[in-house]
Ligand binder design. Structure first.
Ligand code: ACO
Length: 322
């Protein structure tokens, strides 16, 4: 058996920043409402002709550089996205081409905002089995393309971006306790109506727009996320006190605050980028992680817990020893 060890990470954001004040010029909203309800102050929006695969490729290149590896070292690419470039081929295939990484397997994985947690857990299984050696796990989104810009209850919440991790399989006896120690994944398909896109290839033949009953999602969030974190921590045989960094999916500062309160976590250990990035769905965790690594907070030897919840409803958590 092998351990899936984090070797590098990187993020990518579109250049264009849209602040809450910019937003208020074309949507009936205010900086005060958005900031108070969500903690979001600005978001990045992709340029015309800039696709999910472009952001994912840029993040992947940054992660490869951080890991000191080349594209040809990679034999598995998993892209978590709910906003693929096209219905098919998978955005992972397009990113593989753009990176010039010709070998191995590549596929997309869809668990909306929980996508990155699902993708990390999936990559861990592929690497632990010995079937693959080095994986790029990418969360990449252009949610701006599926927002209804007339719907102020949703369009103010989301942004575009991508983040990526390089994972490597190392024999457990040589891993020094490092790696993805455990994950806990869940879905409750009876709650699909709370958060969905009202289009798709089979149902409408259109792309559709995001629809969300925000306050109902909010009510489901804190309990389910906290439960998944507790389950993942138990499976990893760690206590919450031992965790150095909590890197949550960045959906709403009030949800993050609720989880911190419920589990009695130390607020100074929370990585939050929601003010600057908004909710970038599957990209939010690796983007936030990359920021905290670049500014010197997350470092070698740290114990980190990640969590997400999103459409499906899906939710989950994972424990990672660096
Ligand atoms: N600007 C100003 N007013 C607004 C806006 C806006 N952008 N949006 C809604 N309002 C108004 C509403 O019309 C309502 O007015 P009314 O009382 O006159 O009817 C009032 O504000 C309150 O609306 P609520 O929906 O009750 O506001 P709430 O406090 O629930 O906050 C929010 C809304 C921010 C969406 C919150 O419910 C939330 O964050 N939910 C969770 C969403 C989430 O985390 N999703 C994550 C999953 S992401 C994924 O998987 C893709």
């Amino acid at each position: 058996p092998f351990r899936a060890i984090v070797r590098g990470c990187g993020g990518a954001l579109p250049d264009r920043v849209v602040t809450n004040a910019d937003m208020a010029k074309f949507v009936d909203t205010s900086d005060e409402w958005i900031t108070e309800r969500t903690g979001i102050r600005q978001r990045h929006i992709a340029a015309e002709g800039q696709y999910t695969s472009d952001l994912g490729t840029e993040a992947a290149k940054a992660a490869l550089a951080d890991a000191g590896m080349k594209a040809e070292d990679i034999d598995l690419i998993i892209v978590a996205t709910a906003t693929p470039d096209m219905t098919f081929p998978a955005t992972a295939s397009i990113i593989q081409r753009k990176l010039g990484a010709g070998a191995g397997a590549a596929f997309d994985l869809q668990a909306v905002c929980t996508g990155f947690v699902y993708a990390m857990a999936t990559a861990e299984k592929f690497l632990a089995s010995g079937q693959h050696k080095r994986a790029l796990v990418i969360g990449a989104e252009t949610f701006s393309r599926i927002l209804d810009w007339e719907d102020r209850t949703t369009c103010v919440l989301f942004g575009d971006g991508a983040g990526a991790f390089v994972l490597e399989a190392v024999p457990t006896e040589d891993a020094g306790g490092k790696g993805i120690l455990a994950s806990h994944l869940r879905c409750d398909g009876s709650l699909t109506d709370l958060l969905f896109v009202d289009g798709g290839p089979s149902m409408t033949g259109t792309v559709g727009h995001l629809r969300m009953q925000g306050n109902k999602v909010f009510r489901e969030a804190v309990g389910r996320i906290s439960d998944a974190m507790v389950e993942a921590a138990e499976a990893a045989s760690i206590t919450m006190d031992e965790v150095d960094w909590f890197v949550p999916h960045q959906a709403n500062q009030r949800i993050i605050g609720g989880v911190v309160k419920k589990l009695g976590l130390d607020e100074s250990k929370v990585v939050s980028t929601i003010a600057r990035h908004g909710n970038t769905s599957a990209a939010s965790i690796p983007l936030a992680w990359s920021v905290a690594k670049a500014d010197g907070r997350i470092k070698d030897g740290d114990l980190v817990i990640i969590e997400g919840m999103g459409g499906g409803l899906t939710w989950g958590a994972a424990v990672i020893q660096l």
